[in-house]
Design a protein around this ligand. Structure first.
Ligand code: 0O2
Length: 212
């Protein structure tokens, strides 16, 4: 396929990623402007590179004619949360929206992958308006904590380095690190409860002062 044709095909995905990133970042602002805690800490997005699309199509034996339908993560959004509890809130928030339709979901937090990977994945349908009309595209939203993202980023770099031949001792280390991430997230959840309690008692005190 010619590069120009690839550009035309991928252009709506670029638009979708741009729009989705703006929308999720706006949610953060809405929370913060209201003086509330935002369950979303940061948002990023990317369109899969042509070489990655071709590689995935080859690996999964996908006919290139059907790649838009079969490769669900051409448009990818990553939402990072501070705490595990925030992930459910973000999922609920997305499910309530009128502009994103859920196609499927994968809970790799309840069901950690063999590699140690943890994250919540949603595949959504999202409409973009182009010169040629409305196009319904698919996008993958990955939702994870800062700690899960730390692990996934390092593991992804190692996967890239070893190209499917990761040495056993590194795999073992990563598996141990994944277990440590679970403990870290649990510990942070306890800290979160403390923060929320402190915020609530602060609000109660503030209300009492306001009443006086
Ligand atoms: P990249 O480079 O991030 O784009 P499936 O047929 O459902 O089993 P699929 O379509 O790969 O396989 O879906 P899955 O397993 O939900 O993975 C989708 C994406 O999740 C991956 O995209 C990764 O971004 C991330 N992911 C899944 N497993 C792992 C893992 O073990 N380690 C890390 N670091 N990330 C993972 P891509 O296209 O594989 O890669």
């Amino acid at each position: 396929m010619e590069i120009q044709l690839w550009r035309e095909i991928l252009d709506p995905y670029v638009l979708a990623v741009d729009e989705l990133v703006v929308k999720f970042r706006h949610i953060i602002s809405e929370y913060r402007n209201a003086g509330a805690y935002s369950p979303i800490e940061q948002v990023d997005g990317r369109v899969k590179s042509i070489s990655s699309i071709l590689e995935k199509a080859q690996k999964k034996k996908i006919d290139i004619e059907y790649f838009e339908e079969k490769i669900e993560d051409i448009a990818g959004i990553r939402i990072i949360c501070q705490f595990v509890e925030d992930i459910d809130k973000v999922v609920e928030l997305i499910k309530k929206r009128g502009d994103m339709e859920i196609k499927s979901e994968k809970d790799y937090i309840a069901n950690m992958k063999e590699s140690g990977y943890r994250s919540y994945h949603l595949i959504i349908y999202y409409n973009v308006n182009t010169l040629h009309g409305v196009k319904k595209i698919q996008a993958e939203i990955q939702i994870r904590t800062l700690a899960m993202n730390f692990w996934a980023t390092i593991e992804h770099s190692l996967q890239y380095k070893y190209k499917g031949n990761m040495p056993e001792h590194i795999r073992t280390r990563l598996s141990k690190a994944a277990d440590a991430i679970i403990v870290l997230d649990e510990e942070m959840s306890v800290v979160r409860d403390e923060i929320m309690d402190a915020q609530n008692s602060f609000k109660i005190k503030a209300n009492i002062v306001a009443d006086i």
